[in-house]
Write a protein that binds this ligand. Structure first.
Ligand code: MG
Length: 387
């Protein structure tokens, strides 16, 4: 394939869990994909290693103190090096970029995603917090610019895959599956004793620290409910969550005739990452295949929303709308980093989120600037609450 026929991809967050797996997909399909831009916040050594292997046009390092070291190594290889948070918003607009994979963690994904959409780039969205914080703004802008947003989150990819060929058929409801995380079936008594080492051990998925804690606390599913609302244009009543500990059924869609479609497979993020990069095509892989003989039963149960309050807080934030999901997200980001530093207990994370939702000013129709301010104020409040 000619270089111009390849899809040129900017990976925001190339050194994280999603980013490194996206590079595995690119490495397995060098005739189809070119890593055009790679970015990292602090992982300079890995960024350099990736750049030497994938020869991107440019790299960005978020932490400006690391610029000199990276520039000295990569400049002789004709790889452009930029630093700082504003550089992320510039590189996504480069003419040579076809698709932007947003694999940053948290609120940091918002502004670069907006810039990419404004310059007409399709998005492979792995940064769910962007849609949680400002879903209306992002999806409105994307439809105005004719930009496609391909979900990378496994549940949303599952729904997207179920909808192929069905885009004109109304959805009755969707059912998001949740593994239940490492503390499924536990009570609040037990959860008061939980330490980060236990919360960081996910039974099925190997992921970054923030999303792993979110999975253990069920906040991840709460964020995914809001993400699904925006991606698929659904109301609160159309979204259900079911716990499915084996993580084989990745989610389901029910249509108006009562028929349900599910997408299944072993839990492996490379599949949704690749599908977001190749849609509408499916390309051959050597990923391990699911075998029914290894799974004598696939089980489903109701989520325990009283023990895991984050899920009900997320439904509540979505119901209120406006800047409330932005408050939920900012408070949770601070709560999770506090938990990882032993400053707040496992159940205390929900208290921080709930108190911020009660105390930060509610705005029904926030602008971009309102989201920025809400995020900042909520973080300050959450920090006060855990100090
Ligand atoms: Mg997910």
């Amino acid at each position: 394939m000619e270089d111009s026929a390849k899809k040129h991809i900017a990976i925001l967050g190339s050194t994280g869990s999603i980013g490194t797996q996206a590079l595995e997909v690119i490495a397995a399909n060098p005739d189809r994909f070119q890593a055009e831009v790679l970015t990292a916040q602090n992982s300079a050594d890995l960024l350099i290693k990736q750049a030497l292997e994938f020869k991107p046009n440019a790299v960005v390092i978020g932490n400006e103190d690391l610029y000199d070291q990276i520039f000295e190594t990569l400049d002789p290889h004709d790889i452009k090096v930029y630093a700082g948070v504003n550089a992320l918003s510039s590189v996504v607009q480069m003419d040579t970029v076809d698709l932007v994979l947003t694999a940053l963690v948290g609120y940091a994904g918002l502004t670069p995603t907006i810039k990419a959409i404004e310059s007409g780039k399709d998005i492979a969205l792995a940064n769910k917090e962007t849609l949680v914080v400002a879903g209306g703004l992002i999806t409105g802008l994307a439809s105005e610019k004719g930009v496609n947003i391909y979900p990378v989150d496994s549940e949303h990819s599952a729904i997207f895959q179920c909808l192929v060929g069905e885009f004109h058929n109304p959805i009755e409801k969707i059912i998001l599956t949740a593994s239940g995380g490492p503390f499924r079936g536990r009570d609040r008594q037990f959860l008061t004793t939980v330490k980060k080492e236990q919360a960081l051990k996910h039974p099925n998925w190997d992921m970054g620290a923030k999303i792993t804690i979110d999975s253990a606390s069920m906040m991840n599913k709460g964020l995914e409910v809001i993400e699904a609302k925006w991606l698929f244009g659904l109301s609160l009543e159309q979204i259900e969550v079911i716990v499915h500990p084996q993580s084989i059924v990745h989610s389901l869609v029910q249509f108006e005739d009562g028929s349900m479609k599910a997408q299944m497979g072993l839990p492996d993020m490379k599949l949704p990452i690749q599908f977001a990069m190749t849609y509408p095509e499916r390309i051959k892989t050597d990923f391990p295949r699911f075998d029914f003989m290894n799974y004598p039963s696939l089980t489903f149960e109701k989520p325990d929303m009283e023990t895991f309050r984050n899920l009900s807080l997320a439904f509540e934030a979505m119901k209120q709308g406006g800047n409330m999901p932005c408050i939920l997200n900012a408070a949770n980001e601070i709560a999770v980093s506090g938990f990882l530093r032993d400053q707040v207990g496992f159940l205390g994370m929900s208290d921080v989120v709930e108190q911020c939702m009660q105390q930060i000013s509610f705005l029904k129709k926030p602008t971009y600037e309102d989201y920025v301010l809400t995020d900042k104020e909520t973080r300050q409040k959450a920090l006060e609450l855990i100090s």
